[in-house]
Ligand binder design. Structure first.
Ligand SMILES: C[S@@+](CC[C@H](N)C(=O)[O-])C[C@H]1O[C@@H](n2cnc3c(N)ncnc32)[C@H](O)[C@@H]1O
Length: 351
């Protein structure tokens, strides 16, 4: 059964194929209430939304009621809650200052500053079809080839120089590009973590609107145009598309306050991240596992005694499932996660 090695290492649970919900996690022995089952700090890609950059530590995601952190990386724009976090960030092989600085520079070369993604009219349109997606990426590849040629030439021609300046003058989609960059650095510097990304469940249509698809492609071109040359080989349409397909149902939101019951308590969503080993817990409307984030680490506990053989599930509804009807829960899960809930509670309530 494919799953990250850290999950296979557990003696109290195992990842298994389920009949209706892909892979799931099962107790291999009796687990008393309160047992810490698993923790992971391995993030293949993450983004803190641009509007929170000064308030959220780039390393541990610490947020203090909107207060700006004093320790700043002046060139790349990151903020840190402590010098220790800044040092860890700099030493982490999946961070690359030169690449971050190049991306930060994009806003300065762009004519109209950063693009406001919410205002794009194509945002209110339905998801693109697979044919539209393939056509858009095929067209994107023609431009990508020209950018690659321009970047790799010692003396770019006039049209090549013009293309590069045109691309760099397009306003960057910061929240998209700053999520794509760490994933590319994971590919370059941490192949085993990227292998864990590749075995995650995929979404065939991961773009919520035509605008979303367009933003992914614009950011792909931006990365090709500005990233340090050694990264260029990894900046491929295939990798960018894979990231979107794998992220769709597997990312965890980074809330300003992650509560013990797994809920967000109406707090602010600061960004999101792909913790690959944390993506195997299926959803249940009557969960027996609760999760909590502490810095970069997600931890999972048994919320009650669990019998051997029971499925171990978290709630994707953040605690709201307690007060929702079966229909409300199923509608929300279908809308947001596109699955028909096959959990025990839904099953029992149907009977
Ligand atoms: C984060 S992944 C969980 C692991 C996944 N089952 C796998 O094989 O990789 C989320 C996906 O699992 C499936 N899933 C999770 N909970 C489910 C449930 N209660 N009923 C049906 N499918 C579920 C859905 O396909 C969902 O998109």
């Amino acid at each position: 059964m494919s799953a990250p090695a850290s999950l296979h290492a557990s003696s109290i649970f195992a990842v298994r194929e389920t009949a209706e919900s892909g892979r799931g996690v099962y107790a291999t022995q009796f687990i008393p209430k309160g047992t810490l089952l698993f923790e992971t700090a391995e993030i293949a890609a993450s983004v803190v939304y641009r509007e929170y950059w000064k308030e959220v530590c780039a390393q541990c995601f610490k947020y203090d009621r909107g207060r700006n952190w004093k320790i700043r990386d002046q060139t790349a724009g990151h903020a840190f809650c402590s010098e220790e976090c800044q040092t860890i960030w700099k030493n982490d092989t999946v961070n690359d200052e030169a690449a971050s600085i190049a991306i930060e520079g994009l806003g300065k070369t762009a004519k109209q500053g950063s693009s406001d993604t919410d205002e794009d009219p194509a945002h209110s349109l339905p998801r693109p079809t697979t044919q539209e997606i393939d056509a858009a990426w095929a067209e994107a590849e023609e431009t990508a080839t020209k950018i690659r040629n321009a970047r790799s030439s010692a003396k770019p021609s006039k049209p090549e120089r013009r293309l590069l300046s045109q691309i760099l003058a397009t306003p960057p989609i910061r929240d998209v590009i700053t999520y794509q960059l760490p994933a590319l650095l994971t590919i370059a510097n941490s192949p085993s973590l990227w292998s864990d990304v590749l075995i995650l469940e995929s979404e065939a249509i991961p773009y919520i609107s035509p605008a979303d698809l367009k933003f992914q492609i614009t950011s792909y071109h931006h990365l090709l145009a500005c990233a340090p040359l050694p990264l260029l080989d990894h900046i491929t349409a295939d990798n960018i598309r894979t990231l979107a397909a794998k992220s769709s149902h597997n990312v965890f939101n980074i809330w300003s306050q992650d509560l013990d019951d797994g809920g967000s308590g109406g707090s602010e969503c600061l960004g999101y991240g792909l913790w690959t080993a944390a993506s195997y817990w299926n959803h249940s409307c009557g969960p027996n596992i609760r999760k909590r984030r502490n810095g970069r680490t997600w931890m999972f506990w048994a919320e009650r005694d669990v019998q051997e053989g029971e499925a171990l599930c978290i709630s994707y509804l953040g605690g709201d499932e307690r007060d929702m009807t079966r229909q409300e829960r199923r509608t929300k899960l279908k809308e947001h996660w596109k699955f028909d809930c096959a959990c025990k509670r839904c099953d029992e309530e149907a009977k």
